[in-house]
Design a binder for this molecule. Structure first.
Ligand code: BES
Ligand code: MG
Ligand code: ZN
Length: 489
């Protein structure tokens, strides 16, 4: 993983590479050259460089530091996200030029006080590749080993860089787990991994196996898993950073390690990426790890139902009826709407047994969410205004974008069943994301609750700025920021 440091400008030596982020206005007025580097700029010609976003200029010099100019675009267009993305250009350029250690001049732009944070985040998050299954390592692009932010007051930056390193390294670990193949990321291996993480980070962890789940009568989690060779598991983790307080926040993550669709089998074109269906679980796992590593003074639960939605002769079928943990009966309208089933049991268990102050679930729940928001924005639904505000604020801070959808009670009519209390998918398939959340709402009695649908944002079909193609790790930074501010202390 990347080492992030802060140092004074004077520490630069002639063998170093210095990255300078500059705006078009700074280029036009020739005011982008840091004073200590003026002798270097005297001998290089930067005239062709216009500081447009996503562009860079590189000059390798003998006996002087090498220079990397990176465009920020126009001053008026600078945002936290544009700074993170510009920082990702530094990473790409260093990879192209095989530079493994870079010094970065933090630009003085009076847009935000957090420029250093956004640049550090962008560098950390862009510096990622999933190469585990490449045997020809020469074909993989090299990553940065060290990024050093140049500052007059390096000591001031170090707590910030520590937090960025912890939260972003957990985001990268989340990506790794979601990218991992099902042979190595299934209900058994993820339960083991949770135990290992918990032991390292002083988190309490209980793993319930199939027998326990049968005893607890989680009929929906059992139904979804019954076609698979992997038995279901339920992970409960508890981090107590505020031992004197009894309130906790609970994070619940969908852990379908592969979603074939079951008997309602997914077609080609939709099934290939379905190992991403545990991205909610992975986000919860690494959020609680980040919180524990930062020793935040708050209490958090993470609850993860794990199953594989497999097609087989033992698989559950459309038209079947199962009894949930909370006693409600559920008709299976479609075996591909499995996420809401395992979450239903996990949510009522969380409310009844753990009694948290608030519950947030995060899930790759509906393809309809991608229809609404594409891969850029996650949907969130809640009836609680203070949760809504806190989640949205965390989204604005982190750049992990979420947008609210309504949960009007009229939608309840749609999931009435002829033969059971409710059905997991209505015959007419409108408002898919809202219907998914409306189903989940039936399994919460009165705890403030919010649902986040990350079907689009957890997996990218192409590289976008500091997020790579495939697993994005979406949710770790959002939930960390939310719990940090909302948690009881
Ligand atoms: N895991 C999928 C949702 C999904 C789709 C996640 C694309 C990531 C990318 C979920 O289990 C599912 O299959 N949902 C169905 C629901 C339908 C049967 C009501 C869907 O969206 O088609
Ligand atoms: Mg499905
Ligand atoms: Zn699914």
């Amino acid at each position: 993983m990347l080492t992030l440091q802060a140092k004074k400008f004077e520490t630069i030596s002639s063998s170093d590479t210095v990255a300078i982020l500059c705006t078009q206005e700074q280029i036009d007025s020739n005011s982008f050259i840091p004073q200590p580097l003026s002798d270097v700029f005297a001998i290089i010609n930067t005239k062709t460089f216009k500081a447009k976003p996503n562009t860079y200029f590189f000059a390798a010099l003998k006996d002087k530091p090498s220079i990397l100019l990176v465009g920020l675009g126009s001053h008026k267009d600078i945002t936290p996200e544009s700074l993170r993305n510009a920082a990702s250009v530094i990473v790409g350029a260093c990879s192209d030029k095989s530079v493994s250690e870079v010094h970065i001049v933090v630009p003085e732009i009076n847009v935000t006080n957090d420029t250093a944070r956004y640049i550090a985040e962008g560098v950390y998050l862009a510096n990622y590749a999933f190469n585990r299954y490449k045997t020809q390592k020469e074909e993989t692009s090299p990553l940065l080993e060290k990024a050093i932010l140049l500052s007059d007051n390096p000591g001031q930056l170090s707590p910030l860089l520590k937090e960025v390193s912890i939260v972003c390294s957990n985001t990268l670990l989340c990506r790794d787990l979601v990218n991992e193949i099902t042979e190595n990321a299934n209900p058994l291996t993820i339960a083991k991994l949770a135990k290992k993480i918990a032991a390292q980070s002083k988190i309490k962890c209980t793993v319930y196996n199939k027998k326990d789940i049968e005893k607890m009568k989680m009929g929906l989690l059992l139904a979804v898993s019954q076609g698979s060779m992997y038995p279901p598991h339920l992970i409960v983790m508890h981090y107590k950073g505020a031992p004197s307080k009894k309130d906790s926040i609970a994070l619940v993550g969908k852990g379908i390690t592969f979603d074939t669709g079951g008997i309602n089998l997914k077609p080609s074109g939709h099934i290939e990426t379905m190992r991403t269906d545990m991205a909610g679980a992975a986000a919860c796992l690494y959020t609680i790890n980040a919180i524990a590593q930062m020793k935040l003074p708050i209490n958090v639960y993470t609850v993860i139902p794990l199953a594989e939605n497999m097609i087989s002769h033992t698989a559950y079928k459309p038209g079947d009826v199962f009894t949930a943990y909370n006693g409600k009966t559920v008709e299976i309208g479609n075996t591909d709407a499995e996420g809401r089933l395992i979450l239903a049991d996990a949510l009522s268990f969380t409310e009844k047994k753990l009694k948290p102050k608030a519950i947030i679930d995060i899930a790759t729940l509906t393809g309809a969410c991608i229809v609404s928001f594409g891969e850029i924005v996650a949907a969130y639904l809640t009836s609680d205004e203070s949760l809504s505000t806190a989640l949205f604020n965390a989204s604005e801070t982190t750049g992990e974008k979420i947008w609210r959808m309504p949960l009007y009670k009229e939608y309840n009519e749609e999931i009435k069943s002829d033969i059971a209390d409710i059905v997991n998918v209505p015959a007419v398939r409108n408002a898919g994301t809202i219907i998914g959340a409306t189903f989940l709402k039936n399994f919460i009695e009165n705890t403030p609750w919010a649902h986040i649908d990350i079907a689009g944002t957890s997996w990218y079909s192409k590289n976008r700025g500091y997020n790579p193609k495939n697993a994005t790790g979406f949710g770790v930074r959002l939930l960390y920021e939310f719990v940090k501010n909302f948690g009881v202390r």
